[in-house]
Design a protein around this ligand. Structure first.
Ligand code: NDP
Ligand code: BG6
Length: 515
């Protein structure tokens, strides 16, 4: 039995988010505007910002892709995306009417200079018509192999330069940023050939999630946790990103990438950096990113010959998720029938610095798990002496930060069961976003990141050196795995991974958290 001790915000008070600065006038050019990301995430996020008054009427979106769409076609697909992927119904909404006037589209080839002349002309018209004051945000939402081509062409056309000294020109780049150290370095080189690092915003959408930002708030705004946030009090940390989805229609991409490079190397290392970093001197982009980088530098390399000891891979076979049968990974569209690509990974990592020496960080990520759950669990050491009968059977104290779903934080501790005997049981003290901030709508990660990019705040974007450091660490693991490509254990879809995953952590005398 778990006792629920709920926390509440100040009595009866309706919490309103602090006044957010609206974006300055700006034209956003989306490369890849006919694609899934634009439809599902970017346009709905921009519409939400528009409705919230965080982008002004001096704002426009110029979609750019090969498909020969008219402005009206683009607006229609935008409206479909908004109806499907936001909470708001927009059918005859006045704000949709206003918003749709800000949407434009051009079709062209990303490798042809003529397309960029057309782009320039359309941007000049948009500046004149929408008052966007020559401020430009170029958003690369294309297949990654086009990132270099597009930045090169933007540079060659002079579109990387500010049209006037008061204007800004920024570049937002989607993931994946390279597929290994060499490609990431190469891409950084190409990008930095055309744009200054201060103009570049590399997206890791996990950093835009409210609950991920709350880890920073939790750590940096609450004095009571800092003294115990280290190897002296923490036994180990578990990071879990479990997904019920498979690879959907992205089999072709996933075959080349796998779970490690798709999620662990970027999203999970970002989570780990935020949990493990030192407090920055000030909460600004460079000091925060400096501290995250130091964590990545302190991450102990796993030599290729030791990958078997510190990592374990799995791949799903057919099974059942949410009560419905699902195919094996090898049976997915665009996946080789004899593929050894991993869809599940566990790892045991060490951070070699004073704060964390000797405290393992266990990472677990998989597709087709029984439950969607992203969580960071800090497990504390046991009390030094046991006084009460059965105390040794109590679970240790755990601080669990639930990133999604059921966003919140809980602290598990032992309490006396009411009655004549000194019997103890675990209870949870629970903070739930949904109930504590009932009247505040949570914004989507892309909303926050798009707004920050327009405002020029790079805190929640990854810097060139961070990206390269993460790949530098990852490359030994990749090398170790490529020596034994078939060392991948199968697990039925709808389970928590191969049985070996339990043995992996149990040999250290620990257990995976039950989700
Ligand atoms: P899609 O394949 O759905 O869309 C790709 C877009 O690029 C389309 O608009 C396509 O339009 C355009 N395109 C492709 N090739 C060319 C070309 N040679 N010339 C001109 N346009 C081209 O991809 P997604 O939207 O899913 O992903 C886009 C980016 O976002 C990728 O880097 C992906 O990794 C990243 N991302 C996507 C996520 C998602 O949920 N979808 C999540 C996280 C990251 P057209 O065919 O009209 O040319
Ligand atoms: C993306 C990966 O970056 O993150 C996907 O490419 C993964 O494979 C997704 O499903 C997870 O993001 P979220 O926000 O759904 O946890």
């Amino acid at each position: 039995m778990a006792l629920d001790v709920s926390v509440s915000t100040r009595d009866g008070e309706i919490i309103q988010p602090a006044q957010q600065r609206p974006a300055p006038p700006c034209a956003i050019v989306i490369f890849g505007a006919s694609g899934d990301l634009t439809h599902r995430k970017l346009i709905p996020a921009l519409f939400d910002l528009f409705q919230a008054g965080l982008v002004t009427k001096h704002f426009a979106v110029l979609g750019f892709a090969r498909s020969p769409l008219s402005n009206d076609d683009f607006r229609r697909t935008a409206r479909d995306g908004i109806s499907h992927y936001t909470a708001d119904a927009v059918a005859s909404d006045k704000s949709w009417e206003e918003f749709s006037k800000c949407l434009h589209y051009i079709s062209g080839q990303f490798n042809e200079p003529a397309s960029y002349q057309l782009l320039r002309e359309r941007l000049e018209k948009i500046d004149a018509g929408h008052g966007t004051q020559c401020n430009r945000l170029f958003y690369l939402a294309t297949p990654p192999e086009l990132f270099e081509v597009i930045t090169g062409q933007l540079g060659a056309a002079g579109l990387n330069q500010r049209p006037d000294e008061h204007a800004f020109v920024r570049l937002v780049i989607e993931k994946p940023f390279g597929v290994d150290l060499e490609t990431a370095r190469h891409l950084n080189g190409s990008v930095q050939h055309a744009f200054k690092e201060s103009q570049v915003f590399r997206i890791d959408h996990y950093l835009g999630k409210e609950t991920v930002q709350n880890i920073l708030a939790f750590r940096l705004a609450n004095g009571i946790f800092e003294p115990i946030w280290n190897r002296n009090f923490i036994d180990h940390v578990q990071l879990t990103v479990a997904e019920t989805v498979g690879v959907e229609r992205r089999g072709g991409y996933y075959e080349q990438i796998g779970a490690f490079r798709d999620v662990v190397e970027n999203h999970m290392l970002q989570l780990l950096s935020i949990v493990a970093m030192e407090p920055p001197v000030v909460f600004e982009a460079e000091p925060v990113r400096d501290e995250k980088l130091k964590v990545l530098k302190a991450l102990r390399r796993i030599p290729p010959e030791q990958t078997g000891e510190f990592t374990l891979r799995g791949q799903y076979t057919s099974g059942s998720v949410d009560g419905r049968p699902v195919s094996s990974y090898r049976g997915e569209e665009k996946v080789a029938p004899d593929s050894w690509t991993e869809t599940f990974v566990v790892m045991r990592l060490q951070i070699d610095n004073w704060r964390w020496a000797g405290t393992p960080f266990y990472l677990r990520h998989g597709k087709r798990m029984p439950k969607r759950a992203t969580e960071i669990a800090i497990q504390f050491k046991r009390a030094p002496q046991m006084f009460f009968p059965g105390e040794e059977r109590l679970e240790p104290n755990v601080l669990a930060m639930r990133i999604q779903p059921d966003e919140g934080i809980s602290l598990r501790f032992g309490a006396k069961v009411p009655g004549p005997t000194m019997q103890l049981q675990e209870v949870d003290m629970n903070f739930m976003y949904g109930s504590s901030f009932r009247d505040v709508e949570q914004s989507d990660a892309y909303e926050r990141l798009l707004l920050d990019a327009m405002l020029g705040d790079r805190t929640l974007f990854t810097r060139a050196d961070e990206v390269e450091q993460a790949w530098a660490w990852a490359q030994d693991i990749q090398a170790g795995w490529s020596d034994r490509p078939n060392n991948v254990h199968f697990y039925p879809a709808g389970t928590w991974g191969p049985g070996w995953a339990d043995a992996f952590i149990e040999r250290d005398g620990r257990q995976w958290r039950k989700m």
